[in-house]
Design a protein around this ligand. Structure first.
Ligand code: ADE
Length: 400
């Protein structure tokens, strides 16, 4: 339950803005209450004038201290009688700290919140010193008044107050909840004007869907909000993990095309994923690692390959640059490292060809050999060899 008290010169703006939709419903059910207080009602002159010229000159008018003080005092007194406590007073101002999801979470724990909305050139500093506990802005731009900013904050706080959202509305994963942007969403139809829903979402495989979404969140955040992404990475890197120095050792896994195809890539038709590829993909997805394709990828096999790995989860530039030729491009591994801004030692490469091993090592990557079927080993040994390679790769991943 949350009780909002808004001190403003435009109470109707707040009332109209907040009594609709989800917040309107929450006010009907009693999960939220809203009281607007017209600061003008606390003016001590016949004309209800609340502003005056600034001392020292300059443009615009300043809201006077006394009406603001009295309006605030009357609200605090009523809150005090009910709860025995004083409420936080949030002055919405471009000169405040910038509002974010963390602030919203913190404010949602209160029982009463008072928002003070300014107009004109601001409010007399002396009353602010007396009554305000928090200075909060909605962003680095200037609005004509504090009302819209207060409504933005009230909206963001309210949806975190128990009982405001119903089950369907309160999604578990949302942008900013863990410092990342939300993954993309799709609904019917499956094919909209030729654009398909990513196949992984239709697979019914929960783990893969989760891994894909996690990856999309990371990719989207890195692209659209590099500032958030860096903060997220820093946080992850400084988190202590049992048995490690606390530093994340591996940031990406990369597959050589023929390793994905189980070392039997003929270049024709759909490749078969190596038996262990699914497992490696699941684990690396759960760990939130980047996943990429390097090496030669036959043009004809691309689509089938993408169905296995799901297109969006890959480093797309590498794919786009692929010419469809059977020759190993030479610089794939190095390009890939540039793309993800990772040093070679942070990438684990699953490779099957001798060239792949050489190229990945040259780029400084850690290499797990997924033995090709055939090659230097006897047929009966292949299975054991593959299992051993696979387990080694999984162990490396788990012990990041
Ligand atoms: N009042 C005017 N501009 C504002 C902003 N950016 N944030 C909060 N209050 C404001």
């Amino acid at each position: 339950m949350m009780n909002y008290h808004v001190l403003t010169l435009f109470p109707e703006m707040i009332e109209q803005g907040l009594h609709t939709s989800i917040l309107g419903r929450a006010m009907e059910t009693g999960a939220l209450t809203l009281e607007t207080v017209n600061i003008r009602d606390y003016a001590d002159n016949r004309h209800h004038k609340v502003d005056d010229y600034p001392y020292g000159g300059g443009a615009g008018m300043v809201m006077q201290a006394e009406p603001v003080y009295r309006a605030c005092l009357s609200v605090q007194e009523r809150i005090g009688q009910r709860t025995g406590r004083r409420a936080r007073v949030i002055y919405v101002t471009p000169q405040g700290s910038v509002f974010c999801q963390k602030t919203a979470r913190e404010l949602a724990r209160e029982e009463d919140l008072i928002f003070l909305c300014g107009h004109y050139e601001g409010i007399d500093e002396r009353v602010l010193e007396e009554v305000v506990t928090d200075y909060v802005s909605v962003g680095d731009y200037v609005l004509t008044g504090g009302e819209l900013a207060a409504m933005v904050m009230i909206d963001a706080v309210s949806r975190l107050v128990p009982g405001v959202l119903n089950n369907e509305e309160s999604a578990q994963f949302e942008s900013f909840e863990d410092g990342l942007l939300e993954y993309p969403q799709y609904s019917r139809p499956k094919n909209w004007r030729g654009k398909q829903v990513p196949p992984v979402l239709l697979s019914g495989d929960h783990l893969r869907v989760e891994a894909w979404r996690r990856e999309q969140s990371l990719l989207r955040t890195r692209k659209r909000r590099p500032d958030l992404y860096e903060a997220y990475e820093r946080e992850r890197n400084t988190q202590e993990k049992p048995g490690t120095s606390g530093k994340r050792k591996i940031g990406a896994v990369v597959f050589e095309w023929s390793a994905c195809a189980g070392g039997t890539d003929s270049g024709e038709g759909e490749p078969k994923a190596a038996p262990y590829l699914e497992e490696i993909l699941k684990l690396s997805g759960e760990l939130g690692l980047w996943r990429g394709l390097a090496g030669d990828c036959p043009a004809g096999g691309k689509d089938g390959f993408l169905q296995i790995l799901d297109k969006k989860g890959l480093f797309e530039r590498i794919l786009k640059e692929d010419t469809g030729e059977r020759e190993l491009g030479g610089n794939f591994y190095k390009q890939l490292l540039e793309e993800v801004h990772l040093p070679g030692k942070k990438v684990l490469a699953f490779v099957s060809s001798p060239e792949g091993i050489q190229k990945a090592r040259e780029a400084g990557m850690r290499v797990v050999w997924l033995s090709p079927q055939g090659g230097p080993l006897e047929k009966s040994q292949i299975c054991f060899r593959q299992i051993a390679d696979f387990l080694e790769g999984m162990a490396l991943l788990r012990n990041l």
